[in-house]
Ligand binder design. Structure first.
Ligand SMILES: Nc1ncnc2c1ncn2[C@@H]1O[C@H](COP(=O)(O)OP(=O)(O)OP(=O)(O)O)[C@@H](O)[C@H]1O
Ligand SMILES: [Mg+2]
Length: 360
């Protein structure tokens, strides 16, 4: 439905997004995550040309919206946008807020618009609030009105820019539920959010923006449970990551294993995971440090499940570290026995080993 090709956009201080390409399909719920200032809102606002990129093409249903001759209002009518700060008209009651655009822009009669507005208020769980003023509603209620107002324009796609981040935590759920219902009904949605548990529940696909581009993308499972790249891991796991540089000269595998155990005990865990930590030091690190001098080990703990992961990186591996001479068949078998899976991968920074812990 939207096809973004090689988009570049910057402000006075240089580029924010560089050479970003992205396809958004009909019915999809695409979640965009990334650190503050990485360009999430900028990317969203390019999609309805609130911001014009320096380079690239953006097609909406096959039409290049950056073409100056295009009827941009027509394109924008296909796309609703829901902001962090609701943007309701404070001097108009809820009903008037909802019917304004359908009447003015789409030429719908007042009667018809009012009937639909009431249906939409029902849909977002706000029956009977039509004559309230925005100031009489809570943040969560205002955001639900903002969503109803967007729906009143019959968009084919809705862009949500942090729809819950201005809300009191007690009101996040009610707004998330409304958005989830829309997605379940097949509304194509692009959602920027910092609420990772919400992102998990709603996304068909997740993109992580960093270093001015789509740094990593995939399904919820791929990005949240098994992020492959370091910045994604740091972003998602932050305090839930144990990391240690290992050096052959002062290698103390005994204290490494006890530090990792201590760290893991802060999270949901099981006996085989604790056992795995000893297996990793004895059957994997011990033999490979016969051949290498430096490595980094990371233990990434999941916040909500036992899906923890261990990764070992080293520039010193000259070939696949899960093979001779680094580790022999028997040691690998033992390691695999105590893990969900073990795999190695070559990247431009050398080989790395990923070990997914067994979860019950
Ligand atoms: N209109 C503008 N003029 C100048 N700089 C801008 C403008 N809009 C955004 N920027 C800059 O571009 C960068 C990306 O901003 P953007 O709002 O897209 O980030 P974001 O990922 O949405 O961040 P947040 O999570 O804080 O909302 C920021 O450094 C911001 O200061
Ligand atoms: Mg933003």
């Amino acid at each position: 439905m939207i096809s973004i090709r090689n988009l570049t956009k910057g402000f006075e201080n240089g580029p924010i997004l560089e050479d970003v390409s992205l396809e958004i399909n009909k019915g999809e719920a695409l979640v965009i995550i990334g650190g503050s200032g990485c360009g999430k809102s900028t990317l969203l606002r390019c999609m309805n040309r609130l911001i014009v990129p320096e380079k690239g093409e953006i097609y909406v249903d096959g039409e290049n919206i950056l073409d100056p001759n295009i009827d941009i209002d027509k394109v924008r009518r296909k796309m609703g946008m829901v902001y962090q700060h609701f943007n309701l008209f404070s001097h108009l009651n809820i009903l008037e807020n909802i019917i304004l655009a359908p009447m003015k822009v789409n030429g719908v009669s007042r009667e018809e618009a009012e009937v639909e507005a009431k249906q939409l208020l029902h849909r977002v769980g706000l029956d009977g609030r039509e004559y309230h003023m925005p100031s009489q509603l809570s943040g969560g209620q205002k955001q639900r009105v903002a969503i109803a107002r967007t729906l009143a324009m019959h968009p084919e796609l809705i862009l949500f820019d942090e729809p819950t981040s201005a809300l009191d935590p007690t009101m996040v759920d009610e707004v998330e539920k409304v958005i989830r219902d829309l997605v379940d009904d097949g509304m194509t949605s692009v959602i920027v959010t910092h609420e990772m548990s919400f992102a998990r529940k709603i996304a068909n696909r997740v993109i992580f923006l960093a270093n001015k581009h789509i740094y990593e993308e995939g399904t919820v499972e791929e990005v949240f449970d098994y992020p492959k790249k370091p910045l994604t891991q740091q972003f998602l796991y932050r305090s839930r990551m144990y990391e240690k540089e290992l050096n052959k000269n002062d290698l103390d595998l005994y204290s490494l294993s006890s530090e990792m155990k201590k760290f893991l005990l802060n999270y949901q865990n099981n006996d085989s995971q604790l056992k795995l930590l000893s297996v990793i030091t004895d059957e994997l690190l011990y033999p490979i440090f016969e051949h290498i001098s430096n490595a980094t080990i990371r233990l990434l703990c999941s916040d909500s499940s036992q899906r923890h992961m261990i990764q070992i990186y080293s520039k010193d591996f000259e070939s696949d570290p899960l093979q001779e001479p680094y580790i022999d068949e028997l040691n690998l078998r033992i390691l695999e026995h105590y893990s969900q899976f073990v795999f190695s991968k070559q990247t431009k920074n050398g080989w790395n080993i990923s070990i997914q812990m067994l979860s019950n």
